[in-house]
Design a protein around this ligand. Structure first.
Ligand SMILES: NC(=O)c1ccc[n+]([C@@H]2O[C@H](COP(=O)([O-])OP(=O)(O)OC[C@H]3O[C@@H](n4cnc5c(N)ncnc54)[C@H](OP(=O)(O)O)[C@@H]3O)[C@@H](O)[C@H]2O)c1
Length: 316
């Protein structure tokens, strides 16, 4: 534990030291700097701009969001409000996280206009099937304090997937969900769903990080024009991601931390990432990825870290 904390502290100090040097590094890659300055001073209310992509149904989705898995109660509420105040607009939750009402309270506390946010939730396995999924969706809306979701996903391909998808298509057509999608679907499970889907899935949210990159899955999703979204973009720090020497070596060139290099790598491969943190300085650090670019050689080096194996076998 002490060791882990030391690494985080080193990362934090490096990030703070980086502030002074970052202007030069941004100039090196020919990018403007105001965003950097603003993100390191959240109190001045000039927020960093998070780039968006357009999903296959025309809906715009931020490329970087805020994950809320394991954030609980009033802490969750506080972190969500802080994340929004620092510039995050995509908030990712799920029925099974048991925190939707606190996510909703945090959103309310933030005072931000609902239209500026991109809220994702997910229907859990126990709620699969037409009627149950519709009921679960309404419960999510009530807890989140909103009358629509930007993205609603089938959390896992288990139970009555066909019934859940039908419910989601109906809710989508009724305008209650802006985009519908999947999570943890493998290619053959996606193929199965595509046989009966009358609305194309927009997103598949799957585990992806430097050690389990999911290149084949990404390629397959691209073929179907479905956007890959990475859960556990840092592998939750497993396998020493935050002190991985290859990521450190790459980060040194740009004065960036392993977390920032990881998020930039996701971004450059067109993958939406939703890192979670309970630390304000990590919220800021994780936003500072649009002011530098990894070279092709760096991208290839990160490619060599792929072990092509899940780092969450407990969830299989
Ligand atoms: N669809 C699914 O089945 C599924 C499964 C898992 C997760 N998800 C979603 O994906 C989100 C992200 O995944 P995750 O929460 O499992 O893990 P993650 O984002 O990969 O990692 C979270 C961990 O990274 C640390 N961290 C964050 N920023 C850091 C930084 N800049 N430097 C050092 N440490 C940093 C956090 O600690 P601190 O709090 O100390 O910063 C936390 O321990 C979830 O929150 C959830 O919304 C979806």
């Amino acid at each position: 534990m002490e060791n882990k904390n030391n690494h985080r502290e080193i990362g934090r100090r490096r990030f703070l030291q980086t502030g002074a040097k970052v202007t030069a590094s941004a100039m090196l890659v020919g990018l403007s700097t105001p965003r950097l300055t603003s993100a390191t001073k959240p109190d001045n209310k000039i927020l960093p701009k998070i780039e968006s992509i357009t999903l296959n149904n025309g809906v715009k989705m931020p490329m970087l969001g805020f994950g809320t898995y394991s954030l609980r109660g009033e802490d969750c509420r506080k972190y969500v409000a802080q994340a929004i105040s620092h510039g995050y607009r995509l908030i990712d939750t799920a029925t099974v996280y048991g925190n939707e009402e606190f996510v909703g309270a945090g959103i309310k506390d933030s005072g931000i206009n609902r239209k500026e946010l991109f809220i994702t939730s997910k229907v859990w396995v126990d709620d699969s099937g037409i009627e149950k999924a519709k009921k679960a969706f309404q419960t999510s809306l009530d807890k989140l304090g909103t009358d629509y979701l930007d993205l609603y996903l089938i959390h896992r391909p288990r139970g009555d997937v066909k019934g859940s998808w039908q419910a989601m298509e109906e809710l989508y057509r009724a305008g209650k969900i802006k985009a519908i999608g999947l999570s943890n679907f493998e290619p053959h499970q996606l193929d199965e769903l595509l046989k009966y889907a009358t609305v194309e899935p927009t997103v598949n949210q799957i585990e992806s990080h430097a050690f389990f990159q999911q290149n084949a899955a990404n390629e397959n999703l691209r073929k179907h024009n479905i956007r890959m979204e990475a859960w556990a973009p840092f592998a939750e720090g497993r396998n020493g991601l935050f002190c991985n020497p290859t990521l450190e070596e790459i980060g040194r060139q740009y004065n960036k931390t392993n977390a920032q290099v990881s998020l930039r790598w996701h971004y450059q491969r067109g993958v939406v990432a939703i890192p979670r943190t309970s630390k304000k300085y990590h919220m800021m650090e994780n936003l500072e990825i649009f002011d530098f670019a990894l070279s092709d050689a760096d991208m290839e080096k990160i490619g060599t870290l792929d072990l092509n194996i899940t780092h969450f076998p407990e969830w299989e």
